[in-house]
Design a protein around this ligand. Sequence first.
Ligand code: 6GU
Length: 227
Amino acid sequence: MRIDIVTLFPNMFSGPFDESIIRRARDRKFAEIVIHNLRDYGLGRHRVVDDYPHGGGSGMVLMPEPLFSAVEAIKGESPIPVILLTPQGRLFTQQVAEQLAAYSRFILVCGHYEGVDERVREYLATDEISIGDYVLTGGEPAAMVVCDAVIRLIPGVLGSPESVRDDSHSGGLLEYPQYTRPQIFRGWEVPPVLLSGNHAEIARWRREQAVLRTLARRPDLLEKGDW
Ligand code: 6GU
């Protein structure tokens, strides 16, 4: 998979993609992440990328030319999905991550300032995604979230396919409680069923815990009925 990211702040991405599982996925060529500086496509000697909103109002708006130039230079003639990261997008969920994981390539465009010229939404973006109902200063952290959630779904990136299957949210439920050694820590014991060796019992207990935990914390997930 190849993910191209268009951003005004390319330095924000050094670090998050250079550690842990995403680093390993890149090293092993499961995923290629290419960062593009929107400033390189800015207008004139000053490489301008934003301007005042027509009709007045506060803040600056990203101009269409630099964004179209950047995305067209990346795409060439290929029809690649162009996803604008904006608080106005559709909500990013595990299901959306699974949809994106089916692509071999897509482009993430990080919005910034007060907004993006509407013609970018209408004629350049093929999709708009928000990572939640709160406002970030820019789309960069959202791009990191999307990349992480999608790359870990690529077959081979995680150790075992079961760890993807058992994730919180993947089965429409939160994950069951996990325990490791020691068996007793400061007097707090591991639930005995987990030490019983009875795999059917353990599976039933975990399912029950997942349902109870989802009911207590995220009853909205149960109402969706995906479990
Ligand atoms: Cl994708 N961008 C910004 N600026 N804020 C957000 C967001 C994206 N998703 C949630 N809040």
